[in-house]
Design a protein around this ligand. Sequence first.
Ligand code: COA
Length: 260
Amino acid sequence: MNYNNIISKENNGITTITINRPKKLNALNRETIQELNQAFDAANKDKNTKVIIVTGSGEKAFVAGADISEFADFNVNEGTSLAAKGQDLLFNFVENLSTPVIAAVNGFALGGGLELAMSAHFRVASDNAKLGLPEVSLGVIPGYGGTQRLPQLVGKGRAMEMIMTAGMIDADQALNYGLVNHVTSQEELLPLCEKIAAKISRNSTVAISAAIRAINANYKDGVDGYDVEVNEFGNCFGTDDFHVGTTAFLEKRKADFPGV
Ligand code: COA
């Protein structure tokens, strides 16, 4: 599919989605959010795609936030709807995909950019990355899940400080906070993400999707994650992947998972 603001390419089981508005530091306007929804949905349904990597084009930014020029004159209803639609279409959508999503944070990840990175299943950053939720400096708060996912990832006190100061942290501090899993040079960022993706791809896609659902259950109100784990664990026993995986282990060979 052709998009105006993103590029999506599949290679060797990895679909890389690149947000491509470098002149606007890849800021998320309405059309970009819509296109990202379509590209993530298509990659998630694509049987060849085992892992999705999301990144930004250019050397400066992953995503410098929601496009401020689009909402500067919004009223209360429009603001509420902006956050609700964005969460549905992109941020909650990405978090709940059954295909693993890695955010390759290649520069500024601010506001909606950090919120998108936090919706991914985990994050890898280049050493020039700068991460923050600067919304209160604009008189608004994070609206794409930032007030919920940042404390989940870094703890309440650090999230409070980051959000209240509207400041940015560098890649090393993000690593120290557990906000990103690895830091590397810009040149090595995609190769490292691809290496991790290749390692993930060797495992059962069916079991990985079940693990995503069980882990995410821990963060859902009114849901008992242990119950979800028990059910997901039990369901694995009915899959071909389980029989292939356990048989291969007992026969001392590598499993070639059918993915069902
Ligand atoms: N929304 C809309 N446009 C944005 C944007 C955003 N979130 N972030 C950057 N841009 C645009 C700038 O307006 C500028 O466009 P122009 O060349 O047409 O004037 C272009 O991207 C380059 O940004 P610029 O500010 O000139 O780059 P810089 O290197 O001086 O500063 C940042 C980089 C990231 C510090 C700065 O762009 C910034 O603070 N952006 C907003 C971050 C933010 O508050 N995000 C949360 C939004 S809720």
